[in-house]
Design a protein around this ligand. Structure first.
Ligand code: COI
Length: 359
């Protein structure tokens, strides 16, 4: 039997007026629902003390492991209102499986996928009023695990806390849909062979921030990382995977080398693209192929994908001393996006059973 969550409802729920104001313009990751899910793991007792309880600050000793050695992982997936009035999440078990793999890489305990999905289901049910109904909006679920043992010895923690928080979400890139400008990071790497690139751990995102700062300083929205060895092969954007569309309609995405995150949206896009009649290739992509392909027209579109970003067109690639710009129209990215969003919102058939109804 899976973990049994005790539900402790908040005594001070958000008022209907305040909630309506939040849901009218949720932004991304700015507002959090009234509750959160928590569970504790100890080396002696395994997973226990599972609760849905009022959202609020955690009280942690300053010597808690996670503050010092970064032993932490997270996930992201979304819940959507369906036309029949139910709420569904999209491929939560795929995120739960990746959470197990990330945990293994970071010497954290495995949380059974069933418990991962149940925690989110119960939180969504408790805070169902927070799932926005507008098209293009959703409730973003953020499961995470932190090492909560107290002490400064560097070793896998013998006490760990699992949490799920939830946040109503609109577009990650703001209200105006426009192609995103990309900075090519030539000095910084996100991940190296044998490192943690394939794990969804906080450190990967921390390591990307200085490159992201450089991107902003150069007038770009996001940064693209190359492999750490040859500094030549396109990896990912740090929080999103990347796809190229060739002039014959083929979709190409960097193959999973161990230093790239195995995106659930990446996997979904590969399936959708095939079903829309495109050839798909998972292979290494030289950044010069991007630069030259954009100039010659061999590459017709470039887009990023992820839970938060969904499918976002990439407009230009900028580097020290140069820039290439993609065409303004990105019909393939648009069609893939429309199909994905249509399935997520229950407006298109779901032949793969990707939607999970929240009981
Ligand atoms: C997601 O797409 O869920 C991500 O993890 C990207 C970012 C918000 C960290």
């Amino acid at each position: 039997m899976g973990l049994q969550f005790v539900v402790e409802p908040t005594a001070t729920p958000t008022s209907a007026d305040a909630l309506a104001e939040i849901l009218a313009a949720p932004g991304f990751g700015k507002h959090f629902t009234d509750h959160m899910a928590t569970a504790t793991w100890t080396a002696d007792d395994g997973w226990h003390d599972a609760r849905i309880r009022p959202y609020g600050p955690l009280q942690l000793d300053p010597a808690t492991h996670v503050f010092h050695y970064g032993q932490t992982i997270f996930e992201g997936f979304k819940a959507y209102h369906q036309p029949d009035g139910t709420i569904a999440t999209f491929r939560p078990a795929a995120n739960g499986e990746r959470f197990v793999r990330s945990a293994a890489r970071m010497a954290l305990p495995a949380l059974p996928v069933e418990d991962f999905v149940t925690a989110a289901d119960l939180l969504i049910r408790q805070d169902a009023a927070w799932v926005p109904t507008d098209p293009e909006t959703s409730l973003y679920l953020r499961p995470f695990m932190i090492a909560t043992e107290v002490g400064l010895g560097v070793r896998p923690a013998s006490e760990v806390t699992f949490l799920v928080i939830a946040s109503p979400a609109a577009s990650y890139f703001g209200a105006v849909v426009r192609p995103v400008t990309i900075w090519l990071s030539e000095d910084y790497s996100r991940a190296a062979p044998g490192g943690t690139g394939a794990a969804k751990c906080g450190g990967n995102y921390a390591a990307s921030l200085v490159a992201q700062q450089e991107a902003i300083a150069n007038g770009c929205d996001q940064v693209v990382f190359l492999d750490a060895v040859e500094r030549r092969w396109v990896e990912e954007l740090g929080g999103m995977n990347i796809f190229f569309v060739l002039d014959d309609g083929t979709l190409v995405t960097p193959e999973l080398t161990g230093s790239i995150l195995e995106g659930v949206t990446r996997d979904t896009v590969l399936t959708i693209a095939k079903e829309l009649g495109h050839e798909v290739e998972e292979r290494r992509v030289d950044v010069d192929e991007w630069r030259k392909g954009a100039e010659t027209g061999r590459i017709t579109e470039v887009f990023a994908c992820g839970t938060a970003a969904v499918v976002t067109s990439l407009g230009s690639l900028r580097w020290r001393g140069g820039e290439v710009t993609m065409p303004a129209e990105m019909p393939v990215a648009q069609r893939v996006r429309d199909t994905l969003v249509g399935i997520q919102h229950g407006l298109l058939p779901d032949p793969h059973g990707w939607l999970h109804r929240v009981p």
